[in-house]
Design a protein around this ligand. Structure first.
Ligand code: ADP
Ligand code: GN1
Ligand code: MG
Length: 367
């Protein structure tokens, strides 16, 4: 999309000043994100991926409620609501989104200035901070008023259905890619029993349904410019009914790791129990009063589960012809799946240790 078209869309929002510059921003896999610089403060303009979010109005309804509640909580805690949560910039007509002539769905947030994100763990302190921020978010959403949030992507973390979709992709093999990924496919199919553990307990109501973030990648936390303090949790499109196990698991998948999610050289990718310890500490310190024994017991397992699920998703997308995740090279999704498989295997090998770390964190006093 060219700059003129982007400027026309941006000017449909209630901008803080005249547009000076528009540039692509961030490294997300789903939306198209732009930074709109104006004479006053900046904004983030996003074209929502409506292939992924089929009912974007419902996404915005959820986000509006979640942001309103987060703001109330932050103010009550004496926090800075302009920096510790996202704020929507309304359209000139008062709506929280704009539709362009091609049906594109756009929304805008105030840019939180002087912030940065980390695509992978920078150090022990930062991952503690990120985990604490996601835990706080969880804690704040525990009393979200009103009806159940919309499921913006139905069965998003339903691992058994993710496995079924993967099995279908292997069977159909529309791009004839399965033969080149036999070893990976085999490893994932062998773990079928794991796929049912959390979904079954949720269905039996032995695990509680909560309002969860569901996309707790380490780069969905904004840090201050020093990188020392986590300020705000972002990327709220998948905030919906879920389990803390999804949030903790996805945080570990991306935060307790050395190496990038798409690192082609697997020798540069490792699961790091030291980082895991800080994530567990940060999260447990924030949600200690909230989580049940059934949830605590599965925290370590959830890391492996969500990493497994992500491997199914990446490899499934590779087999299907790269229809979901943005790719930047032909085997990108295969390479992503391989890192997840390595991490999953390392987590399995160290599961006893991870469980012991979680128990230690649960017994530790909050600093
Ligand atoms: P995606 O779903 O594609 O990951 P995100 O909502 O996470 O999209 O946004 C992509 C990137 O844009 C983030 O990783 C972050 O760097 C940046 N970003 C998003 N919102 C803001 C904001 N309000 N202030 C500053 N940076 C932001
Ligand atoms: C996507 O939007 P982003 O890049 O934060 C995806 C997550 C995956 C992640 C893998 C809505 O997250 O579920 O875990 O990529 N988001 C959606 O990197 O599918
Ligand atoms: Mg993101």
């Amino acid at each position: 999309m060219n700059l003129t078209a982007l400027s026309i869309i941006a000017s449909l929002f209630d901008l803080p000043g005249p547009i000076e510059q528009i540039e692509p921003y961030g490294s997300g896999h789903i939306h198209d994100t732009f930074r709109v610089s104006t004479g006053a403060s900046d904004t983030i303009l996003q074209r929502v991926n409506t292939q992924v979010f089929r009912q974007p109005e419902q996404v915005m309804e959820n986000i509006t409620r979640v942001l309103e509640h987060a703001r109330t909580k932050i103010l009550a805690e004496g926090g800075d609501a302009a920096r510790e949560t996202l704020r929507l910039v309304p359209a000139r007509d008062g709506a929280v989104f704009v539709r362009d002539e091609q049906g594109g769905f756009w929304r805008m947030f105030h840019f939180i200035a002087g912030t940065r994100v980390f695509d992978s763990a920078p150090n022990l302190h930062a991952v503690y901070q990120a985990a604490y921020a996601f835990g706080r978010f969880q804690q704040r959403m525990a009393d979200l008023p009103g009806s159940r949030l919309h499921e913006t992507i139905p069965n998003f973390h339903h691992t058994r259905l993710r496995l079924e979709a993967f099995q279908a992709a292997v069977r159909d093999d529309p791009q004839c890619r399965a033969a080149g990924a036999c070893a990976e496919i085999e490893i994932l199919l062998r773990r079928e029993p794991d796929a049912a553990v959390v979904v079954d307990l949720l269905e039996q109501r032995r695990l509680p349904e909560r309002v969860t973030h569901n996309d707790t990648k380490i780069n969905n936390v904004l840090f201050d410019a020093t990188g020392q303090k986590a300020l705000a949790v972002i990327d709220l499109d998948t905030v919906m009914p879920g389990s803390v196990l999804y949030d903790f698991g996805d945080m570990v998948r991306t935060g307790a790791v050395r190496g990038a999610e798409d690192e082609p050289d697997l020798s540069a990718v490792d699961f790091d129990p030291g980082l895991f310890t800080q994530l567990a500490r940060g999260y447990v310190h924030a949600v200690r009063e909230l989580i049940t024994p059934a949830e605590s017991e599965l925290l370590a397992f959830s890391a492996k589960l969500i990493t497994y699920e992500q491997a199914l998703r990446f490899l499934g997308d590779y087999l299907s012809g790269d229809v979901y995740y943005k790719i930047h090279r032909p085997q990108h999704n295969l390479e992503r799946a391989r890192t997840q498989i390595k991490l999953m295997t390392q987590m399995e090998e160290q599961m006893g240790l991870l469980e012991a770390i979680v128990v230690r964190c649960l017994n530790e006093k909050t600093p």
